[in-house]
Design a protein. Sequence first.
Length: 81
Amino acid sequence: MAGGSVETEWQERALCAQTDPELFHPELGHSCREARKVCGACEVRAECLAHALAVPETDGVWGGLTYRERRRLRPGRGVAA
């Protein structure tokens, strides 16, 4: 793919790239349901989530999960009781 790297080529295919970015960064207390719908239909959801966990992204919906949900998945974090 011209101009893209393996690390970013998935971002060019992501459905969120064709959607209002505000949808993936809802205000505190607002639903992220619509963002999750977009993520659920996206072919690169797994790559997106892997990126968000590796960086780690601390804001927004990535791979269909919020920051709190992603934080629970990171190694060494475990699920809070």
